[in-house]
Design a protein around this ligand. Structure first.
Ligand code: NDP
Length: 447
């Protein structure tokens, strides 16, 4: 078996040698999915995984725009259209200086499995730019988004490819992107998700990734006769996913101890309650400030510059910032301090060695492609509402989100069984996601 996996990874490395994040994502999938393929004749000998690691299409383009001082700026834009076997490409846009082909291919590849898990009809894609929104004025953000969409609009559409937000792309950016698409194509369609409520957005979409992650953690705990109520929870990030994960933890009776950004983290031993979270939401979403400003308002909390929150003792950890933010040493500290559950809100936040530690210790571990799938699932619900030209209530969307997270949990259990009682959610998510896409690809022939 090891030789099959090594041979496969050698081919992928030869073709994508300078893409470490993409190789990391492929390796994690190959280790669990290749053994399954070998055991099942219907998939064996058809190079199905080799076909899945090759994007159907990759688009790279120049984005020129003028900053507030009149200087011409040049950025690079991308869209990776990874797999459309089960529906139109679907996945977010990321604006961050670190964006490159490796990061977008890893995200697009993960997205294929995640979207399949949601039970909805969505293929996988991802895109973005190395544009850095930090410190830019609203007008600069608007000019960049408009310039980005003048090219992207040729490649997307409600039945082709439906982007959404990700790091650096929130409701403000989606508004500017949607406006330019509508102007250029002269059509009002559900071409993007995460839209404002008055122009085609869905209730609960902003909350969905964070809420879904907590619903998934709750499912895992319930399966183990436990609950999130009364648990100490450490969260990284302070953006969209982190904020709504914190909100749901508070609602379910847990205590949120930390939040962070790329400069450091805050630790509030009293817990970040509703009022304090409102302060954070205003700080991050309206004032676009930094998390360290929390201690100016709440001086009993502490701020640790340049550090990550994993050394704070907790029962549950939710990495909700970015890829590879939780390494082997962080995992060891979490385990030493008694952590029993890690549920990933971000995409691939735990390194491979960190995941090995969690599996070795047999704690509950949910990979992002399962636990953060609530965001794209609710994007799928937004697409359905756009097609119907109808809006569901907050409760209707939230109930559907809960049901989808519960279905994903069931799928992980079905395919993630091990020789013991322990559920390997990585294996479960990878195989469950694979089966649906692979079946569709086989049915559609060699294309
Ligand atoms: P936001 O841009 O809203 O927030 C990102 C947060 O992560 C910020 O606090 C940011 O801090 C921090 N961060 C970003 N890069 C780094 C870094 N290199 N080191 C430390 N902290 C960092 O993004 P989202 O909350 O939307 O996304 C967070 C994660 O969740 C990403 O992995 C994304 O792919 C994933 N995700 C998002 C979904 C969504 O619906 N939005 C859906 C599914 C997954 P700073 O301000 O300093 O950069």
């Amino acid at each position: 078996m090891k030789k099959n996996i090594d041979d496969f990874l050698d081919i992928v490395k030869q073709r994508n040698g300078n893409e470490p994040e993409f190789l990391q994502a492929v390796e994690e999938v190959a280790e669990t999915v290749l053994p399954y393929i070998i055991e099942h004749d219907i998939y064996y000998g058809k190079n199905i995984l080799l076909r899945m690691v090759e994007p159907e299409r990759v688009i790279s383009f120049r984005v020129c725009w003028v900053d507030d001082s009149g200087e011409i700026q040049v950025n690079r834009g991308y869209r990776v259209q990874m797999n459309s076997a089960i529906g139109p490409y679907k996945g977010g846009l990321r604006f961050h200086p670190s964006v490159n082909m490796s990061i977008l291919k890893f995200l697009a590849f993960e997205q294929v499995f995640k979207n399949s898990l949601t039970t909805l009809q969505m293929g996988g894609g991802k895109g973005g730019s190395d544009f850095d929104p930090k410190g830019k004025s609203d007008n600069e953000i608007m000019r960049f988004c408009h310039a980005f969409m003048t090219e992207l609009c040729r490649h997307i559409g409600p039945n082709t490819d439906v982007p959404a937000g990700d790091i650096g792309v929130g409701s403000r950016e989606i508004g500017f992107l949607f406006g330019m698409y509508k102007k250029l194509r002269n059509e009002f369609t559900g071409v993007l998700t995460g839209k404002g409520l008055t122009w085609g957005g869905s209730l609960i979409r902003p909350e969905a990734t964070g809420y879904g992650n907590v619903y998934f953690a709750q499912q895992m705990l319930t399966h183990n006769n436990d609950t999130i109520k009364g648990k100490k929870v450490v969260i990284s990030g302070s953006g969209n996913v982190a904020q709504y994960a914190a909100e749901k933890v508070i609602q379910l009776g847990g205590t949120v101890l930390t939040l962070s950004d790329s400069s450091g983290y805050i630790y509030d031993s009293e817990g970040i309650n509703r009022d304090k979270l409102d302060f954070v939401m205003n700080l991050k979403n309206v004032k676009r400030g930094r998390i360290k400003e929390y201690i100016d308002k709440y001086p009993d909390a502490v701020y640790k510059e340049g550090e990550k929150p994993w050394a704070v003792a907790c029962d549950v950890a939710m990495p909700c910032a970015t890829q590879n933010e939780l390494n082997e040493d962080d995992a060891k500290i979490l385990l030493k301090n008694g952590c029993i559950c890690v549920s990933e809100g971000a995409n691939m936040p735990s390194t491979k060695k960190a995941i090995s530690q969690f599996h070795k210790a047999k704690i509950l571990f949910a990979p992002g492609k399962a636990s953060n799938a609530g965001g794209v699932a609710t994007s799928g619900l937004e697409m359905t509402q756009n097609s119907l030209r109808y809006n569901w209530t907050r409760k209707e969307v939230d109930d559907k989100l809960k049901e989808i997270m519960s279905d994903i949990h069931e799928s992980c259990i079905k395919y993630g069984k091990t020789n013991t009682d322990y559920i390997d959610y990585v294996k479960g998510a990878n195989i469950a996601g694979f089966v649906k896409v692979a079946d569709a690809m086989l049915a559609q022939g060699i294309i």
